[in-house]
Design a binder for this molecule. Structure first.
Ligand code: BG6
Length: 509
């Protein structure tokens, strides 16, 4: 594993890691926002999946905190349903029974001190009867406006920094702020109550196995490492396309849009991993330092009207289904100007990337779900452009299939000298028998183990807002609504024009 390798050498795998279960001590995971989509579909199932792989101790406890007036039985039933509907691993009654012994629910409002007093009492009871030993991990899967008040309430009950809890930590879901100023303010608030080292900010893309592999592919393979610069690379395309819409999350998405929802975090993190320099060692601190360095070298184009695009899906059909247009989604006002598609050309102002554009695009209700980083190489100097109808590219596939494809030129069999594009493929499903942990399994496990590698430090979040803020300001000031696009397409015409203006085109994954 990258993060456990001190010293100057890169060791892609530490035999001690990933091969034996890491030792998570006794602890309670307290989940705020238990009724939300993320908790139901990802977080609770991830806890079960960790338990079923033997990665949680028998003393582990899951405590839900929420406004619903549920009693214990109702909460246990809800948790069980979410496990049965969404867990990755099969439902095993004995695993469930052991997990269920440590499940508790506390009903209360986020600003209600009596609810937090009940939470404190429940945690004490668990310490005594379930062996959780005062170690608590608070997972805030709630609207950003509730982050501060929850941290303050926890602190008042002695459950944060200065309290009796032996091991208080807090996980904050994205989006971390709405812009640079609010992210700074939020950070100040959280760090008033929790030690900086016990705050884990989630960008779940970093928990994805194929994202963790970007640095390994780059630095453990001379084949790529040697060519990873402006001399050989023409441009980089980072795509995060989704076929889903806002799916009932209109209340959250309105006013956030594709830029703040995923470009500020997931896409800029992928850019940072693709463009960063090799750290002196692969520790969390050194990697974070290099990522911060590259993020501070990101430059936005002077003319955003030519080099950025935003769009909004209308109604239509996708995969044989009738699709409701964005404006007709629940929680979206008729005069909304929120975008569901965003694209931009960025530059990285370092020696390595001089003159190499980084194109980022993301959208909902696009033709298919795919996330990939395509590193497109310059054309060969030895074959004339008329003979070459293909380009060298390394495509790192993040999802749905994880792997990488190298696009190469090859002679077509026969007496002639025709050249055609061929591919060399690497697929996780055929290359490895080991299973990947799902992103949230990995992140919850790492936070329990106090491993910060896959959590962006506050500095990275600030730097990402520094890139995003002027783009958002430009979009907000632009007249009219984002450009219309059809569900099932690859976005608005202006998204394509951004590429053709540069004599390039988006890949059709
Ligand atoms: C989340 C966004 O961070 O990522 C969602 O808020 C988006 O809008 C989701 O749908 C996509 O995650 P994944 O892992 O399915 O690519």
């Amino acid at each position: 594993m990258l993060h456990t390798t001190p010293g100057p050498n890169f060791r892609p795998d530490d035999p001690g890691e990933g091969h034996s279960a890491p030792d998570v001590g006794p602890c309670a995971l307290v989940l705020f926002g238990v009724t939300g989509d993320l908790a139901r579909k990802k977080l609770i199932p991830a806890v079960y999946d960790l338990a079923s792989q033997g990665l949680l101790p028998p003393t582990f406890s899951l405590v839900g905190y929420g406004r619903r007036g549920w009693d214990h039985e109702v909460f246990v039933k809800e948790v069980k349903e979410s496990v049965q509907d969404y867990a990755r691993t099969p439902f095993v009654e004995s695993v469930w029974q052991e997990l269920a012994r440590g499940i508790r629910f506390v009903s209360g409002d986020f600003s209600d001190p009596s609810g937090f007093r009940r939470l404190r009492d429940v945690l004490r009871e668990l310490d005594e009867n379930h062996g959780t030993a005062g170690s608590y991990l608070f997972y805030l899967s709630v609207a950003p406006k509730a982050f501060g008040v929850i941290c303050e309430q926890l602190s008042q009950q002695g459950l944060a920094r200065s309290g009796r809890a032996a091991w208080p930590k807090v996980i904050i879901e994205k989006p971390f702020g709405h812009d640079l100023a609010s992210a700074r303010e939020l950070n100040r608030t959280i760090e008033t109550f929790f030690d900086a080292a016990s705050v884990f900010r989630v960008d779940h893309y970093l928990g994805k196995e194929a994202v963790q592999n970007v640095l390994t592919l780059r630095f453990a393979n001379r084949l790529f490492d040697a060519l990873w610069n402006a001399e050989h690379i023409d441009h980089v395309q980072i795509t995060m396309a989704e076929d889903i819409g806002v799916d009932g999350r209109g209340g959250y998405y309105e006013g956030v849009g594709a830029g703040r929802d995923v470009m500020q975090n997931h896409l800029l993190q992928l850019l940072a991993l693709t463009a960063m320099e090799r750290p002196p060692s692969f520790t969390a601190e050194n990697i974070a330092e290099e990522k911060a360095r590259v993020l501070s070298a990101v430059r936005i184009p002077a003319d955003l009207s030519q080099h950025s695009a935003r769009g909004r899906y209308g109604e239509g059909r996708l995969g044989g289904q009738k699709i409701t247009g964005f404006l007709a989604e629940a929680g979206i006002p008729a005069d909304s100007t929120t975008e569901t598609y965003a694209a931009v050309r960025l530059a990285v102002d370092t020696q390595r990337w001089k003159g190499v554009p980084f194109y980022l695009r993301t959208g909902k209700r696009l033709e298919r779900r795919v996330t990939e980083i395509a590193v497109v190489f310059k054309a060969s100097q030895h074959v004339s452009p008329s003979e070459l109808n293909s380009e060298n590219a390394l495509v790192i596939r993040i999802q749905p299939e994880q792997g990488a494809t190298a696009h190469l030129s090859s002679k077509v069999p026969g007496r002639g000298m025709e050249i055609r594009d061929v591919t060399m493929d690497f697929n996780y499903s055929t290359a490895f028998s080991e299973e990947s942990l799902e992103a949230y399994e990995r992140l919850i496990l790492d936070a329990l183990l106090n491993d910060h590698l896959l959590f962006p430090p506050h500095r990275e979040i600030e730097l990402s807002w520094q890139v995003m803020d002027p783009i958002e300001r430009y979009w907000a000031a632009a007249p009219g609504a984002p450009e219309h696009y059809q569900p099932g397409s690859w976005g608005p015409a202006s998204g394509d024009a951004l590429m053709t203006r540069d004599g390039r085109s988006w890949r059709r994954p």
